[in-house]
Ligand binder design. Sequence first.
Ligand SMILES: [Zn+2]
Length: 95
Amino acid sequence: MEVGITICRCGLKAKAVVSWTDDNPGRRFYGCKNYGKESHCRFFAWYDAPLTPRARVFIFGLSRKVKKMERAKMIERICWLCLLIFSMVIVWVMK
Ligand SMILES: [Zn+2]
């Protein structure tokens, strides 16, 4: 992502970040490294060109699919954990 060094108004090397907002999913930008701290300069500069409406819809759809798959994976892990605990209880009771 880094072509040249971008410096914020604090005089620090700007932090490269990826936006995941609905309007700019996957679009990269530079921000102040101190953002979120008590003192920062509010520097902001897009690195990528604006997304086309088609690209925005496509990336947003992919992002939703990834989130859905991550939720399903988490539920599967919980089910396996419950099955493991249940099996251990059965083994313990059968002794
Ligand atoms: Zn700054």
